[in-house]
Write a protein that binds this ligand. Structure first.
Ligand code: SAM
Length: 340
């Protein structure tokens, strides 16, 4: 399984929390729109260890006042469910009227009872595809290749978004509000780790991986097998799905916008000039979500995991030596849908 965050995910991904916190205005409008009932069911799809969304959910629960709240946190069973449980229990201790559940399975199937969901978040998660639809050797990420190499990933991502909205339509109650904070590629080609100013993050990872292959540190098959099982949808991809007749029937599209969130590690470096802390922090945040892809390829194709250490050591060194040229800005679609 090439999908999975490292154990200490939320401690090392300050940026993902900021991207979630930036969705608060969307939640305020969502909260204004839900039907006035005594009970409310909320869900966090692909919550990882739950740390990055705790503050947002705390604000949502506070706004819900004395309603009885059932909150579901979903992620794959391979996720860090123990820390997720701790984080959910911390929230639960603050709200008497809250009960929490962990739903440990893929959001490509139903993960909540039919017509139950009133408010939902899916942050930095639904770009992960249900399967890897093809392969290429020119890069490690589908958004960095073109034409026939990219198309199977784009098509898979469009099909997956279609399936995800179908599954959600079954789970949502009429009036239910769905806020997606979905990693994206904008019209100028910007995406996670590419802001057209600093060095492209995926190009850098690919360059180091290629160097390790050329130096004999990873085998040819392990080198070629390291392809991310994800894709960042463009506006066109999003609208291709939202405009499908069955989704138009099920969902009102209230808001779709695109937002770039600056890399907090780089912002801190710009303030304090501490290249050592910056290179360590930025390397760790990149490692938290990318290591599993390289590791799985080595496990599946044979080789030593010391190559992984060398990959991230070299990344950290490059950042340290040239800190003004590295960052990991985020690019997301912020989308608010309502179940008709
Ligand atoms: C980058 S983390 C995002 C975590 C959190 N939502 C945030 O924004 O910080 C992506 C999460 O999506 C989860 N994920 C990927 N595919 C999934 C699937 N099919 N079903 C449920 N969770 C999935 C991963 O396990 C991982 O925990």
């Amino acid at each position: 399984m090439s999908i999975g965050m490292l154990q200490n995910y939320s401690q090392e991904t300050l940026g993902a929390k900021i991207c979630i916190d930036n969705s608060w205005p969307f939640f305020l409008r969502a909260l204004d729109s839900i039907p006035n009932k005594k009970f409310c069911t909320t869900i966090d799809y692909g919550a990882a260890d739950g740390g990055t969304s705790m503050e947002l959910w705390g604000r949502v629960f506070k706004k819900l006042g004395d309603k009885t709240i059932c909150h579901i946190a979903n992620d794959l069973p391979s996720s860090n469910l123990l820390t997720l449980a701790d984080n959910l229990n911390e929230l639960r201790a603050k709200f008497e009227n809250l009960v929490v559940f962990i739903q440990p399975s893929s959001f490509y199937s139903h993960v909540a009872p039919q017509a139950s969901i009133n408010i939902a978040l899916a942050a930095t998660t639904m770009h992960w595809l249900s399967k890897i639809p093809g392969t290429f050797i020119e890069h490690i990420h589908a958004n960095k290749v073109r034409g026939l190499r990219r198309e199977p990933f784009r098509a898979q991502s469009v099909n997956d978004f279609d399936s995800l909205l179908e599954a959600r339509a079954w789970e949502f109650e009429v009036g239910g509000q769905f806020v997606l904070v979905d990693l994206a590629q904008d019209d100028s080609g910007h995406l996670l780790g590419n802001n057209a100013k600093d060095k492209d993050m995926f190009d850098t990872l690919y360059d180091i991986w290629l160097q390790l292959y050329k130096a004999g540190e990873v085998s040819k098959s392990a080198f070629e097998g390291a392809v991310f099982q994800n894709y960042y949808r463009t506006g066109e991809d999003i609208w291709q799905v939202l405009n499908m007749p069955h989704h138009k029937k099920n969902w009102i599209v209230h808001e779709v916008s695109i937002q770039m969130t600056p890399c907090p590690y780089r912002s801190q470096f710009d303030l304090d000039g501490n290249a050592s802390a910056f290179s360590e922090g930025l390397m760790k945040t990149i490692r938290s979500w990318s290591e599993r892809t390289f590791h799985t390829s080595i496990v599946e194709h044979g080789g030593s995991s010391t190559a992984i250490k060398k990959l991230y050591d070299e990344l950290q060194e490059r950042i340290f030596n040239s800190p003004n040229h590295y960052s990991m800005d985020y690019v997301h679609h912020y989308i608010r849908l309502e179940r008709r």
